[in-house]
Design a protein around this ligand. Structure first.
Ligand code: NDP
Length: 273
């Protein structure tokens, strides 16, 4: 799978694994842990979670999946904006580390912008970095206006990006590429059926001998500096998502997709879930 620079030159595969809603149903736990583990085995080593997901249930499940193999993954978690004061961010991080069963995060993100000044949150992040609890920090759901001037030390900005939500192509994506700030693309499959049932995805999938989801994912990672983090709770979906890393869309495919999912012609407000 193609790799991209992340975290001061660390190379990571351009497809990782999301975990929103994982760990919420005890009956599915075993399958979900196995799916995450299989993803890591196959190279989807960037794992994205958050204290918000299932009130910590996702972090606990990730902790189970990475037990004994912490060094194989690049672990990303997020702090709630209301916990993002200087001391709050430190306390929230300690709770996340406990649930994850590790002593450090690779990236700690502010989940979205709240009422606490960003400078206070960054102070907390830097304190955690100096203490070795996080390797780096970043932001999520920040539009260009909120990002300029870029806060020193910000490793990434994680935003919604998929065929059905292309607004960032007008400005934010280009800006992040220019800054060499990797963009983590969340909900790259548009959260499932509504996007994946588009007939063009099936048609292109047939042509390439892959599924609609693999076309959607291959499209998200077609440009440099993007790491897509699809969430999959079955082995079959993980297998497909790994395979998407090998799908190459040509100019004709991209043109057809541009016609079906229009390119933004002007500034659009940042889409947020
Ligand atoms: P996704 O776009 O990743 O879609 C997930 C859905 O797609 C699930 O229903 C999953 O089903 C299905 N799916 C996965 N792989 C396939 C496949 N190969 N074929 C068909 N269906 C498939 O949505 P998410 O919203 O989960 O986004 C991904 C991750 O991004 C989140 O899990 C989270 O980590 C992060 N995120 C961050 C946000 C932020 O504010 N920073 C906001 C939203 C998400 P199944 O589970 O059955 O495999």
């Amino acid at each position: 799978m193609r790799e991209t620079d992340f975290l001061n030159g660390v190379r990571v595969p351009v497809i990782g694994q999301g975990t929103w809603h994982l760990g919420e149903d005890p009956a599915k736990r075993k399958t979900e842990v196995a799916a995450l583990g299989a993803g890591i085995d196959a190279g989807l080593t960037v794992i994205d979670t958050a204290e918000m997901y299932g009130d910590g249930a996702s972090e606990e499940l990730v902790g189970e999946a990475i037990r004994g193999r912490r060094d194989e993954v690049v672990l990303v978690s997020k702090v709630y904006p209301h916990n993002a004061s200087r001391s709050g961010v430190v306390a929230a991080c300690e709770r996340s580390l406990r649930r994850l069963g590790t002593d450090r995060l690779d990236v700690y993100l502010l989940h979205w912008s709240g009422s606490i000044p960003l400078s206070e949150t960054v102070d907390g992040f830097e304190h955690l970095r100096a203490a070795g609890k996080i390797r780096s920090w970043g932001l999520s759901n920040f539009d260009l206006d909120d990002l300029e001037p870029v806060p020193e030390g910000c490793a990434t900005n994680q935003v919604l990006y998929n065929l059905g939500s292309r607004g960032i192509e007008f400005d934010l994506l280009l800006w992040q590429q220019h800054q060499r700030m990797p963009l983590m693309a969340y909900s790259p499959l548009g959260q499932g059926p509504s996007l994946l049932e588009h007939p063009l995805l099936a048609e292109l999938g047939k042509w390439h001998g892959v599924t609609a989801a693999q076309i959607a994912l291959a499209w998200v990672i077609r440009q440099p500096g993007i790491i897509a983090i699809p969430k999959a709770s079955s082995l079959e979906h993980v297998r497909q998502n790994v395979g998407a890393g090998a799908v190459v869309l040509d100019a004709e495919d991209c043109l057809a997709l541009d016609n079906a999912f229009p390119v933004p012609r002007g500034k659009q407000p940042l889409d947020i879930l």
